[in-house]
Design a binder for this molecule. Sequence first.
Ligand code: NAD
Length: 283
Amino acid sequence: MSLRLTVIGAGTMGAGIAQVAAIHGFSTTLCDLSADQLSTAMSSISSSVEKGIDRGKTPPEARDLVAQGLSTETDLSKACADADVVIEAVPEDIDLKNKIFKTVESVVSSHAVIASNTSSIPISKLASSLSAPERFIGMHFFNPVPVMSLVEIIRGEKTSESVIDSIVKLARDMAKEPIVVRDSPGFATSRLGLVIGLEAIRMLEDGVASAEEIDKAMELGYRHPMGPLKLTDLVGLDVRLAIAEVLHEEIGEQFRPPQLLRDMVSRGDLGKKSGRGFHDWSV
Ligand SMILES: NC(=O)c1ccc[n+]([C@@H]2O[C@H](COP(=O)([O-])OP(=O)(O)OC[C@H]3O[C@@H](n4cnc5c(N)ncnc54)[C@H](O)[C@@H]3O)[C@@H](O)[C@H]2O)c1
């Protein structure tokens, strides 16, 4: 029997993860505190599926798989009660995540795996709030989830081998390419990606070049598919700031968030999702 999945948090990442899970035949519950956010997520999933079908990248059956296999729930306990795998994708805040894991652990069955989509918080730190840390693992997807093939799987100090095997299999069954990495702040991806992203912001602060030129430098000079400032706009400036704060505390000065990033987040210039970041997304 196919696994039942619950995805907690219906924002940028949770909506994408739920979409890919449902399209690959998993019965999926998407959970968020906010009913409005759930309905926004369902509309964006349905328009993303339609776009995929129009472009010939998604089979037409995906429409029915989403309609039949994807449901929503605002009550965390109800959402997780029947799950075989719970994937958490709420904001990058250790206290919030730990509070959620405590509730999840109190309602799921003993065989259920609990995974976090955290970009930077050490998995063993999150697992330490659980009474069964061996069932806890990092399952880090990339944005936009339906397009990006990588899933970074993070082995916590106490994660069991059988849990690692089952999440590697789940990633493959969702048509993703998994890598398994040791637990360390920022893992393999965010740690490297943030170095470039934060330095690009500091270069903008120093007036080295415009946002367009800095992005073009990496796109044309280094064959990056997208420049670091455009990528920061896509990820969300608030999300990148939260990751930088974790890595600054865990690793050191090279991850200190630039003042410009803080100022833009406090102004509400969060990137693509707010219509303005380092670039204008309003048109
Ligand atoms: N945005 C990216 O590109 C990206 C990429 C990889 C990983 N991540 C990680 O994924 C996680 C989520 O990021 P995002 O960009 O999707 O954030 P987001 O802000 O877009 O979405 C978070 C969602 O969680 C919901 N939420 C908050 N508290 C909740 C609760 N108690 N119960 C249920 N739902 C709750 C919010 O209503 C919101 O809809 C973070 O840990 C982030 O670091 C983000």
